[in-house]
Design a protein around this ligand. Sequence first.
Ligand SMILES: [Zn+2]
Length: 418
Amino acid sequence: MDRTSLDALAEAGRTTILRHARLIDGTGAPPRVAEVAVKDGAILAVGEGLAGDAALDCGGLTLLPGLIDAHAHLIYSGFRSLDEVDRQSVESATINGVLNAAKVLDAGYTTIRDVGTIGNVAATVRDAVEAGKVRGPRVVASGPIICATGGLGDTVPPHWTRAHGLGVLVNGAEAIRAEVRRQIRLGVDNIKLAASGVEVGPYAWTWMTTFSEEEIRVAVEEAHRWGRTVAIHAQSYDSVKFALRAGVDTIEHGTRMDDEAIALFARSDTVLVPTLSTLFSVLELGAKLNLLPKQREEMAVNEPLWLDSFRRARAAGIPIASGADLGNRYPHGANAREIALLVRCGMTPMEALRAATAVAARALRRADRIGTVEAGKAADLLLFDGDPLADIESLQDLARIALVVKGGRAVAGRLARG
Ligand SMILES: [Zn+2]
């Protein structure tokens, strides 16, 4: 595979056949030897004996859909607390966003959903990537996280005021409606709402519900009328149920779910993004990084609840997507650690791969365009030197990322570097 044939992949009107690949197509079908025809940034056909203008020999490596991370924050860059996140200026947050986007792409991720930013950094990075100005995955962008006073994004002492931060503090249904519209005008794809406290916040504990059902309902109703999705940070029992009744697209974390929540979930079209990395990174690194006592204490309390909720959701057949919430403890580029954690907590390797491909695409409401290697989908592909079904941990080994193709272009991996 040389640079010339890789460049030919992106040439308009030409069909390139990827040959000799061991295909894991993201649908859950077992691996098979297959050819993939790529034309004009899309997958034209998958099969055997395909004809085209050029061919790329995949040398028997594993071909997967480009990976998808459903829960990212591009502006996270080794911060120990939300307070530190908020100390970034919009300008430095933008630089962090650009640098981290490249790291995620190099790890084989062709799409991420950013679920909380400062200013309008996520959409700005999204547009810069699309325009070819900077390297990165496709970005499904949110604005700042809509939070209640005292809620997740409220990081400063009560007698301080703040200009901006990861959260925007909004109270009452009509004020939330106005904020949703403001963010839509800024060009976000997704609205992120924090309906419960968070381990790392100073005022609200994770068992506390910080928005009323009515406030959540208005956010979802407004976003959906404008064709946007909604992701809800929900760690308390009521926040999960409020969000499910409101028809939210994804529940983030889902730390506390009782039988009623699981039953509601199973009847809904909502996808769970359990972010096991959020939990395990604090358990693993809390002492080493000297994380806040409240965060470490709450996480210890939450661990059994979180794992129990995850396991019961899986047993109930609720769709579960991979989202790693990375950047502060586990670094950007370690996104596939979440896939391994899903397996460690009970998923089969194939299930976990689907959580990071087809099911993640469903969570983003983009399953018609990405998430599987099938005719008609975008040519977002990962050529991997190894067998992730036999060794799921190996996906974290960046040296095994042979080639990353996004929209029919070779954008990362050792073969693209030449
Ligand atoms: Zn998050």
